[in-house]
Design a binder for this molecule. Structure first.
Ligand code: NAD
Length: 490
């Protein structure tokens, strides 16, 4: 069992042995409101120059690095992840923070624009902080997800109120301690503890200026409705059903290994994990044979030689098992092994699941990959879009013009070609989904600017004359304009 909320406490438990690690008091409305209000009134961080903020974030990154062993230990205890998965998460965070800080130095500085014909005017854009960013995050990457978006909001000059998932709150609290111990601006980065109701307090608050939510589509839709009432800006990073498309000329060995890594890493509890594979029919049997042979040798469990870690959260564990649905998928399931422990799910393939099965129609979020074949590209594209999700996809093949044709047709936010996952690790690329997978972007200059008031400014160079088009103009101006329009825009 993962962590639970009981009697106003988050009881944080190790998902593998069910031992209580600690309990944390859930914040009530008054406490949450006070933290948000204090944050609203705090301007020291926003008043720093951009370059100083970037310097502090670089210092924050080094402080995180110095505490890496403790960070890894906390994540392991509250998630049951494999050591390598934790290391990848830590690496992902450090790489992101380092690169996004460099990007911010340019992306957020005053940007001079052309004033076109109006040579007497300076035109420029200012990227100003919006105020307080409410960041609400899930449990699957409890370090990388909340801290990358918090750092983006901070670089943009906002103060942050972060609510980590109630299932994995400890690592965010530890990162807050690192911030407080090393950075002089304690009030710029705040944490509140609790479940969905505490998340909703943040969304509801008039003192929150922008919401960055990562989590399920269901909750994301609720948040969008609340934000719509006041047109509060929001970024929604939601669920996915990420397809891998394998064309007949693909390097099959690479495609198999990519599918396994992207389907099973973090026990499949990854928003951009490969959930379904579409294989061109002429190589379908060969692909299924290759991947089946590999999966049969893989295992989920505690031992070091087992590749796949624990499920983190009860409800998700149950859902994944329902999707595997041994009755419904009789004869279509190929499984690896499972070690001792009730929160492990063996790596699983479901070959040709029926169209109406849950595994085809819902996000699974576990170490399970479904595999289907296709003959016609147009049918495959329809299947890819069927759920309405559009987070990420991958295409494997050698024919570049065919790949580009498919790429054009995908209503998906992030696409990898002959690769998977890596786009998330490239901090300069904006990240986000289409359709039910979300709204807006994090990462890259687009992500940094999502946390900004983008202020366009025009400044007159010489102001001793009236503009010729104002009401005091002579008839000459009207005639001149008629002539000049024809001349300029023919
Ligand atoms: P969830 O939606 O249940 O919870 C996410 C967060 O929202 C938690 O902190 C929760 O307490 C809070 N919350 C719940 N109800 C709320 C409400 N009414 N108002 C405000 N906050 C509320 O999701 P989860 O189970 O924690 O995470 C799994 C989901 O997250 C999956 O669908 C996964 O695909 C998605 N996810 C997406 C990304 C991405 O970048 N697109 C990344 C990681 C996870």
């Amino acid at each position: 069992m993962g962590s639970i909320i009981k009697d106003n406490y988050v009881i944080v438990q190790n998902p593998i042995n069910h031992q209580e690690i600690t309990r944390l008091e859930v914040f009530n409305q008054i406490k949450v409101d006070n933290i948000i209000l204090e944050s609203k009134q705090y301007s020291d961080w926003a008043n720093l120059s951009l370059s100083k903020r970037c310097d502090y974030i670089d210092c924050f990154r080094r402080s995180i690095l110095r505490n890496k062993d403790e960070i890894c230990a906390i994540i392991k205890e509250e998630t049951g992840k494999k050591d390598f998965d934790i290391l990848v998460e830590l690496f992902g965070l450090l790489e992101h923070v380092k690169t996004i800080s460099k990007i911010a130095r340019n992306a957020l500085k005053k940007s001079t624009r052309s004033s076109g014909l109006m040579k007497n005017k300076k035109a420029y854009v200012l990227y100003e902080p919006l105020g307080v960013a409410g960041i609400i995050s899930p449990w699957n990457y409890p370090l990388t997800t909340p801290i990358t978006t918090s750092v983006e909001a901070l670089l943009s000059g906002n103060n942050v109120v972060l609510k980590p998932s109630e299932h994995t709150p400890l690592i965010a609290l530890y990162i807050k301690k690192i911030w407080d111990d090393n950075i002089n601006f304690k009030k710029a980065f705040n944490i509140v503890i609790g479940g969905g109701d505490v998340g909703q307090m943040i969304v509801d608050s008039n003192n929150i200026d922008v919401i960055c939510f990562t989590g399920s589509t269901k909750v994301g839709q609720k948040i969008a409705q609340i934000c719509a009432k006041t047109l509060k800006p929001f970024i929604l990073e939601l669920g996915g059903k990420d397809p891998m498309i394998i064309l007949k000329d693909a390097n099959l060995n690479r495609a198999v290994e990519s599918a396994l890594f992207a389907g099973f890493t973090n026990a499949g509890q990854t928003c951009i994990s490969v959930e379904e594979v579409f294989v061109e029919s002429n190589i379908f049997n060969q692909f299924v044979e290759l991947i089946s042979n590999r999966v049969k040798k893989m295992s989920s469990g505690k031992e070091d030689n087992m590749e796949i870690g624990s499920m983190i959260m009860d409800a998700n564990f149950n859902k994944v098992n329902e999707h595997i649905d041994k009755e419904n998928h009789k004869g279509k399931i190929i499984c690896g092994n499972k070690g001792i422990g009730d929160m492990y799910i063996a790596p699983t393939l479901v070959i040709n699941p029926s169209k109406d099965s849950r595994i085809v129609n819902e996000e699974t979020f576990g170490p399970v990959i479904s595999i289907r074949s296709f003959d016609l590209e147009e049918d495959m594209i329809k299947m890819v879009h069927q759920t309405g999700y559009g987070l990420s996809a991958s295409i494997f093949g050698r024919n570049k013009s065919r790949i580009n044709q498919i790429l054009k047709q995908l209503k998906i936010g992030n696409v990898s070609i002959n690769d998977v996952f890596t786009h998330y690790g490239i901090a300069s690329l904006p990240f986000g989904g289409e359709g039910l997978s979300g709204f807006g972007r994090s990462h890259g200059k687009e992500g940094l600017r999502s946390f900004c008031r983008i202020k366009s400014v025009v400044e007159n160079r010489f102001s001793f004359l009236n503009e010729p088009w104002w009401y005091s103009r002579s008839k000459f101006v009207d005639n001149f304009l008629k002539i000049i329009i024809n001349f300029l825009y023919k």
